[in-house]
Design a protein around this ligand. Structure first.
Ligand SMILES: [Zn+2]
Length: 178
C-alpha cells in the first residue's frame, strides 16, 4: 500500500464532506474499529456510501429515517466482500468516534483513524474482511508508527454508548496477525 496526502492509492475513494482539520500538532496514534450495516443486519454498501455523503434517502426504511440527519464519516470501510473504501484523508479528522475517551484522552476523533467493517453485533465477519483489515492495519502501524496496543473497538472508547464491532469480532485473530 502507498498513501499520498493521507489517501491510499488504488482503492475506491468516495469523498465525504464530514471531516475537518485535526488539532494542530496532534499525532495519529489510535485506530478505532467499528461495525456498520444499513439498515442493521443488511449489507448494502451503497447505503453506507450514501450515509457518509449525506445523501441517504430516508424514505426507504424507518431506521434510515432515524439517522438521515447525522453528519458522520470514517476514514475507511471494509465491505462485506473484503473490499477497502476510503472516505476521508487520514490527514483530516473524520467524524466516527463521537463522545469518547482513550487512556484519559477525550475526543478520539482528534488523534485516531476510523475503520468501519460492514457487519453487526449478531453475525460473524467474513474471512475476506479480516484479510483486508489486517493488511490495512499492518500498513497503518508502519505508516503512522501506531502501537498494536492502540487498536481498539468503538465500544472500548465509548462504553455504555456503543457496542461495535461487537462480540463476534475476533480480536485474537487480528492481534495475532500483526
Ligand atoms: Zn462505531
Amino acid at each position: 500500500m502507498i498513501a499520498r496526502n493521507g489517501i491510499i492509492e488504488g482503492i475506491e475513494f468516495c469523498p465525504s464532506p464530514n471531516f475537518d482539520n485535526r488539532p494542530k500538532n496532534e499525532e495519529i496514534d489510535l485506530i478505532v474499529i467499528h461495525a456498520i450495516s444499513l439498515p442493521p443486519k443488511n449489507y448494502d454498501t451503497q447505503l453506507i456510501r450514501d450515509f457518509f455523503s449525506n445523501k441517504l434517502n430516508p424514505q426507504r426504511d424507518h431506521f434510515l429515517e432515524s439517522i438521515a440527519g447525522l453528519k458522520v464519516s470514517s476514514h475507511f470501510l471494509v465491505t462485506r466482500h473484503g473490499e477497502l473504501l476510503q472516505f476521508v484523508s487520514m490527514e483530516k479528522r473524520a467524524w466516527h468516534a463521537g463522545v469518547s475517551e482513550f487512556k484519559e484522552r477525550k475526543n478520539c476523533n482528534d488523534f485516531s483513524i476510523g475503520v468501519e467493517l460492514e457487519g453487526c453485533d449478531e453475525e460473524l465477519f467474513e474471512i475476506s474482511q479480516y484479510e483486508c483489515l489486517i493488511e490495512l492495519l499492518k500498513f497503518l502501524i508502519i505508516e503512522y508508527k501506531i502501537s498494536p496496543n492502540n487498536i481498539v473497538g468503538h465500544s472500548e472508547i465509548a462504553p455504555g454508548r456503543k457496542t461495535d464491532p461487537g462480540p463476534n469480532f475476533d480480536w485474537n485473530l487480528v492481534k495475532s496477525a500483526l
